[in-house]
Design a protein around this ligand. Sequence first.
Ligand SMILES: [Zn+2]
Length: 71
Amino acid sequence: MVRIKSSQTVFTEDEVTSLTGICREHLRGLARNKHLGTLAGVAEAAAGAEKWLFSHSDLMIVNVLHPRCQH
Ligand SMILES: [Zn+2]
């Protein structure tokens, strides 16, 4: 079960990975496939430094769709 502060509305990739236990690779794959989250900073993305932001509901969906990574 994921516990989060109800006042928080936007979550970074690092926060989502630590809250859900899903690794960054799987999280990004899920974000792309399910159209979850927002890719912030086009310039950064072009340079290979992607930065994803997730809403509260994105986080909940990710948590339901993907089990905690075991690798
Ligand atoms: Zn994984």
